[in-house]
Design a protein around this ligand. Sequence first.
Ligand code: CP
Ligand code: NVA
Length: 315
Amino acid sequence: MEHLASLTDWSPDTLMSVLNRAQELKSTPDLFSGAAARKVLFMIFEKPSLRTRVSFETGMVRMGGHAINYDVSTSPLGAGKESLSDTIKVVSRYADLIVARLYKHSDLVEMIEHAGVPVINGLTDYSHPCQIMADLLTIREHKGDLAGRTLCFLGDGNNNVTHSLLLGCAMVGMNIRVGCPQGEAFEPLSEVVRKAYALADISGGSCQITANAKDAAAHADIVYTDSWMSYHIDPSELDGRVKQFMPYQVTQEIMAVADPEAIFMNCLPAARGYEQTAEVIDGPQSVVFDQAENRLHAQNAIMLRLLETSGHAYA
Ligand code: CP
Ligand code: NVA
């Protein structure tokens, strides 16, 4: 059974076909109004969410299905009365699809082991594939063909969004440069970087990790950043992290070394004055709300793909 734990669960061709479907869903939504008729999406969130939670539910409703938001804090699972594996085996008897936002990626892997229906990664500490599908759709809308485009990510390198960007960009032949502080705590995990290098070799893209923010941003087509205080980071780490990451803040000075037509991206939620200045995120180069909208279209395409490959598609 096909799941979406990581973008590398798909071949680059499959990823592109899902992106193409997302574009169709966006431009001709009426053609898909019954595409998930009577299908049920079960959504389980251990962490906060605006975009993921609302876009998945809206998407399912727009395609004729239904979504259930399951509150872990009032569940037998949350109360320590039921195991993750029993929970997922039960849910698989009701729902056609599962989306899970979890702390530990290993819990997502465990869920997948026990699931009788496809599971979609709605973010773990390790990766965020749905976000990057929306981002690639957004980049294509603003910049045309993905292959050959250069994306600069600045800030927290050891981060779910950074990991998925490395893999996604490498799969589609983009050049990705990550500008982040040196050291294990702030750099992308080496296993992800190794995979990204290997994928880029095949696609004709490239990857680079550097501690120099301006080198990372030079002539880039896209400048991307994400929170310095991801949901799983303890609030007591704020001061230390601000010190480490401030040299990687996206400012007008950084945007000035990127391509003059560069777009600015942030998966949101954003903290003005931290990972970027207000003038950048609220300025003319920012496409952050297009990104947020595209979560809906990208995820509808992901859900249709997984319904089809699992034999749960509307017949
Ligand atoms: N970008 C994103 O996943 O947003 P939420 O945390 O609001 O779902
Ligand atoms: N890296 C961020 C992404 C939020 C969508 C986090 O994990 O909180």
